[in-house]
Design a protein around this ligand. Structure first.
Ligand code: ADE
Ligand code: ZN
Length: 334
C-alpha cells in the first residue's frame, strides 16, 4: 500500500506556503535576518508544535513567518516545498499565500510575489511540476485590509488564479468578506474559502452561496448537515481535506474517527492535502499514508483522491488531460 501511494501521481490543492517553513530554514533565516525567535534549536521548535485547536497553531504559525523578509527568503521557502513535491510525486500544486502576514510587517507585496513566482517558474522547467497561486485574505483582519490587499495584487493578476479565505474561522463568517469576494470575482479571480474546519456547516453553505466559491477548503463539518452533503454530491463541490492537520488541531480525535473515507464512499469529491506540512508532521505521502493506515482502502479508492483533485484543479484543460493520463498509466501498471 505505501509503495502504491509513493508512486501515485498526486495533485495538491490546499497548501499554505508559509506552513511549509521547516524549523531548519526558520533558524537559518532568523540568523540571517537578525530576527529573534524564542527557541535555541530546530528540535525545540518542533517540540513546541503541540496544538489544542486552530488558534493555538495560528499564533505560532504567524510568529514563524516573521523570519521571511527578503525576496530570496520567499524563493528558498517555495523552492524547498517544490522539491518536497517532487519527492512525493506531486505533479501539480495550488498554493495559498497570506500577503497580509507580510505586508503588515512592512514587507512589500512585490517582494513576496517575486520570490514565490521565481521558484514556481523554475519548478515548472526543472522539475516538471505545474502550479497555480491563490491569494488568501486573513479573516481575522477587516474588510478594508482585504480590499487593500486585492488592490496590491492588481499588477500580479496574471500570476494569481484565485482568492481564498483563511485564519480564525469562528467569529469571522464568510459574509464579512462578501463585498471583497464580489470585487475579486468581477476582476476575474476564481474563489475558494476555508469553511467548516472549526466553524459550523452553515459556513460551507455561505461560502458557496455568498462567496460563490469553486471549492471548499476543509469542509469536514458538512457531516453535521445531511442535506448539505447531498448538495455537495449533486453539485460536485470538491473538499480539499487535510487529514494530519485535522488530527493535529483536534478537529477529529483520531485518524480512525476522520470522516474522509465515509465522504469518499458517499460520493463527495474529496482530496488529500498537507495544509501546513512543517507544522503538522507531513507532506502529501505522509497524509495519504496516515489515512491508509487508519482505514481499509482499495488502490482504486486511493487513486480516486487524485482523480477528484485533478477534476477540481484550476489548471488548463490540456494540463488536466495530461494529469489524468499520468494517473491512468500508473493505475493500469499496477
Ligand atoms: N492558515 C494556515 N493554515 C490554516 C488552517 N488550517 N485553517 C485556517 N487558516 C490557516
Ligand atoms: Zn488551510
Amino acid at each position: 500500500m505505501y509503495q502504491f501511494i509513493a508512486g501515485l501521481p498526486k495533485v495538491e490543492l490546499h497548501l499554505h506556503i508559509e506552513g511549509s517553513l521547516e524549523p531548519e530554514l526558520m533558524f537559518a533565516l532568523a540568523l540571517h535576518n537578525n530576527i529573534a525567535i524564542p527557541f535555541t534549536n530546530p528540535d525545540e521548535v518542533r517540540a513546541a508544535y503541540d496544538f489544542s485547536n486552530l488558534q493555538s497553531f495560528l499564533d505560532i504559525y504567524y510568529q514563524g513567518a516573521q523570519v521571511l523578509v527578503k525576496q530570496s527568503d520567499f524563493y528558498d521557502l517555495t523552492w524547498a516545498y517544490m522539491l518536497r513535491c517532487k519527492a512525493d510525486n506531486v505533479l501539480h500544486t495550488e498554493l495559498f499565500f497570506d500577503p497580509q502576514t507580510h505586508t503588515d510587517r512592512g514587507i512589500s507585496f512585490d517582494t513576496v510575489m517575486k520570490g514565490i513566482t521565481q521558484a514556481l517558474a523554475q519548478a515548472e522547467v526543472e522539475l516538471g511540476i505545474s502550479s497555480q497561486l491563490i491569494l488568501c485574505f486573513l479573516r481575522h483582519l477587516d474588510e478594508a485590509s482585504a480590499f487593500e490587499t486585492l488592490q496590491q495584487a492588481t499588477p500580479w493578476k496574471e500570476s494569481i488564479v484565485a482568492v481564498g479565505l483563511d485564519s480564525s474561522e469562528v467569529g469571522h463568517p464568510p459574509e464579512k468578506f462578501a463585498r471583497v469576494f464580489a470585487a475579486a470575482r468581477e476582476q476575474g479571480y476564481l474563489t475558494v474559502a476555508h469553511a467548516g474546519e472549526e466553524g459550523p456547516s452553515s459556513n460551507i453553505i455561505d461560502a458557496l452561496d455568498v462567496l460563490k466559491v469553486s471549492r471548499i477548503d476543509h469542509g469536514v463539518r458538512c457531516v453535521d448537515d445531511p442535506q448539505l452533503v447531498a448538495r455537495l454530491i449533486e453539485q460536485k463541490v470538491h473538499l480539499t481535506i487535510c487529514p494530519l492537520s485535522n488530527t493535529k488541531l483536534k478537529v477529529f480525535e483520531s485518524m480512525k474517527r476522520h470522516t474522509i473515507v465515509d465522504l469518499l464512499r458517499q460520493g463527495v469529491s474529496v482530496g488529500i492535502n498537507a495544509d501546513d506540512p512543517a507544522y503538522f508532521g507531513g507532506y502529501m505521502n505522509d497524509n495519504f499514508n496516515a489515512v491508509a493506515s487508519a482505514h481499509q482502502l482499495s488502490f482504486e479508492e486511493i487513486a480516486k483522491f487524485t482523480h477528484n483533485a485533478i477534476d477540481a484543479s484550476f489548471c488548463s484543460i490540456e494540463r488536466k488531460l495530461e494529469l489524468r493520463q499520468h494517473l491512468q498509466v500508473y493505475v493500469d501498471s499496477q
